[in-house]
Design a binder for this molecule. Structure first.
Ligand code: SF4
Length: 379
């Protein structure tokens, strides 16, 4: 069951960046220069950082922003980053694919990926000429680590007649073995398009069994999947949804499709992180809960001050490895650089390009809710 917290602004879970004054890099003081450089930024995060904490955090923010300018670097900040990173040092913000696509276009020599390792690999796949840095090697992902390229090679031997679609939350090795990638915004579109291309009624969608089950309920294509799961979203249950409805009459429940199908069945709306954010902006519900990673609510709430957010607090331990401190160190020491074998990179890029060649969706596709789960084959 998810950890449910009816919090005020900001999740009360401690974040590493709050310890900047104790454990952060030395030599960064809160002085008049830092104050002048950062005073205008504080209002962007005042719902998350108290005035007492600001003098410990502002020197890091100022130092990182100076380093970015000196080194022609940009920071790609995923929606699940804490607000200090997302709002104060992030240059490009969004979901993983949006970040990687913009990374390929941006005029910068260095990309710092404020996200997890597979995202940094995707940036390197699409922008091989740029130096891509990941601030912590501990920033993994339960989905990405659930499957290897060798696993996919065996799947293809076992099911040679079926195309293999991989969710973008996988390593470059896995993408290199797959025929096409998908995101949670376009998974149904990709599955239906590749089934048509291959003239088949069956598609293999790896590695997230819950995304695959949710896609299966939206399409007539038969789906075969892999037993991977996101350790954050798999914790939500239909009982959580009922508990939220009981405690907060009238609340709108919005779920990410990495949640189990019984959660989507009883939710009001379901879609990718981009779809959830659009829904809140477009519909302006009086009270809402986002069944996804905790920091997403913090970041969407900042854009929608009239909406009351009820916050189920499931943190991704991998995303939370990224801190202002290690972003700073990564830029000063130029560590940890992401490298990908060129042959693997090219094959992974083909799988991403196959997805990008599909007609671009004007808005992320929503998943219909209220549908009973279908039984599907798990490899
Ligand atoms: S939230 Fe889930 S899918 Fe995203 S990085 Fe964390 S474990 Fe992986």
């Amino acid at each position: 069951m998810a950890r449910l917290i009816d919090a005020g602004p900001g999740c009360p879970t401690p974040t590493p960046s709050r310890s900047a004054s104790r454990d952060g890099p030395g030599g960064l003081d809160y002085n008049s220069q830092v104050k002048a450089e950062t005073d205008h930024l504080y209002p962007l995060a005042s719902d998350f950082i108290t005035p007492m904490e600001w003098p410990a955090i502002a020197p890091l923010v100022a130092a990182i922003n100076r380093l970015k300018a000196e080194k022609n670097a940009v920071i790609l900040a995923h929606n699940y980053m804490t607000p200090d990173i997302f709002r104060l040092v992030g240059d490009i913000r969004g979901d993983s694919l949006q970040l990687a696509r913009e990374a390929a276009e941006v005029d910068a020599d260095i990309i710092v990926q404020a996200g997890v390792h597979f995202m940094a690999e995707t940036s390197k796949v699409l922008a091989p000429e740029k130096t891509v840095l990941i601030p912590s090697l501990e920033a993994g992902c339960s989905l990405a680590s659930s499957i290897t390229g060798a696993d996919v090679a065996l799947i293809k031997q076992r099911y040679p007649a079926y195309p293999v679609v991989t969710y973008v939350n996988t390593t470059a090795d896995v993408k290199a073995e797959c025929h096409i990638t998908c995101t949670s915004s376009n998974a149904v579109q990709v599955v239906e398009a590749i089934a048509k291309d291959w003239n088949t009624d069956t598609v293999i969608l790896v590695p997230d069994q819950y995304l695959a089950r949710n896609v299966a309920s939206q399409t007539d294509i038969r789906i075969i999947t892999w037993p991977g799961a996101c350790e954050v979203h798999e914790l939500f249950s239909a009982d959580d949804v009922q508990a939220l409805r009981d405690a907060h009459p009238g609340v709108m429940i919005l779920a990410h499709p990495e949640c189990p199908p019984d959660v989507l069945e009883v939710s009001d709306f379901a879609g990718s992180t981009a779809a959830l954010a659009h829904y809140v902006s477009d519909h302006n519900p009086s009270k809402v809960v986002l069944l996804t990673e905790c920091s997403m609510s913090d970041n969407v709430a900042a854009e929608n001050p009239d909406v009351e957010f009820v916050r189920p607090c499931n943190l991704c331990p991998h995303m939370k490895q990224i801190t202002l401190e290690n972003i700073y160190t990564c830029l000063t020491d130029m560590r940890h650089e992401v490298e990908i074998d060129e042959a693997v990179r090219q094959r992974a890029k083909s799988a991403i390009d196959a997805m990008l060649a599909l007609p671009k969706l004007s808005t992320p596709l929503a998943f219909r809710t209220g549908l009973a789960a279908k039984e599907i084959e798990v490899i």
